[in-house]
Design a protein around this ligand. Structure first.
Ligand SMILES: [Fe+2]
Length: 188
C-alpha cells in the first residue's frame, strides 16, 4: 500500500468512530492539502498528504499518552517505524512548539525539528484554513473559532493567541506560492 493510502486508513481507524468530527476535519485538511500537493514534487506531495491525514491522530484515546496531540501522534508513528521527517511534520504542525512551551513539554518535542519548508507551511495552511467540520475557512476565522470553542481561560486559547503571527505567516507564504503557480485555492 502506498504511503498516502496507508496514512488515510490509519487515521480513519483511530479517529472515525471515536471522534467523527475530528475525522471530518482531517478529511477537509487532506482535501486542502491536495491542492498544494499537486504543485509539489511527488515525494513532497505524498509526504504532505500523509501528514494531513495523520496530523491529529494524537487526539485518539487509543494512542494518547501526554494529552498533547502533536507529541502523542509523532511518538506513536515513530514506534510504528514511520520515517523521521513525517513524524517531525506531525510533531511541529501548526506552531505546536508554542503549546509545548505552555504545557512544559518543550524538551519532549525537541526530539524533532521543525523543517520550516513549503511542505510544512502547506500543512499549517491546510489545518488553519479548515473548520472543525472539514469546511473551508480563513486563518483569522479559524483562530477566532478556536478561542471561542476553548474559552478565555484555556491554555489552547493562550497558545493560539501567541501563535497567531507565525500561523498567519505560514498561511500567507503558502497562498502567495499558490498564486504564483496559478493555482486557485479559493474554491471549496
Ligand atoms: Fe487539525
Amino acid at each position: 500500500m502506498d504511503l498516502v493510502s496507508w496514512a488515510r486508513e490509519l487515521s480513519c481507524q483511530v479517529l472515525a468512530v471515536e471522534l467523527p468530527r475530528r475525522w471530518a476535519h482531517v478529511q477537509g485538511v487532506a482535501y486542502r492539502a491536495r491542492i498544494v500537493s499537486a504543485v509539489l514534487p511527488g515525494l513532497d506531495g505524498d509526504l504532505l498528504m500523509a501528514a494531513a491525514y495523520l496530523h491529529d491522530i494524537g487526539y485518539s484515546s487509543m494512542l494518547a499518552e501526554t494529552g498533547f496531540h502533536p507529541l502523542d501522534g509523532a511518538r506513536f508513528l515513530k514506534e510504528k517505524g514511520v520515517e523521521g521527517r513525517l513524524c517531525a511534520l506531525i510533531a511541529h504542525h501548526s506552531c505546536a512548539y508554542r503549546e509545548a512551551e505552555l504545557r512544559g513539554l518543550s524538551a519532549e518535542l525537541a526530539e524533532w525539528t521543525d523543517e520550516r519548508t513549503l511542505v510544512r507551511d502547506a500543512l499549517w495552511w491546510a489545518d488553519m484554513t479548515t473548520t472543525p467540520d472539514g469546511e473551508k475557512t480563513t486563518v483569522h476565522d479559524r483562530i477566532e473559532e478556536i478561542q471561542k470553542r476553548y474559552g478565555p481561560e484555556d491554555l489552547v486559547t493562550y497558545f493560539i493567541r501567541q501563535a497567531k503571527g507565525e500561523l498567519v505567516s505560514a498561511v500567507e507564504r503558502t497562498e502567495s506560492r499558490l498564486r504564483e503557480t496559478g493555482v486557485d485555492y479559493t474554491a471549496k
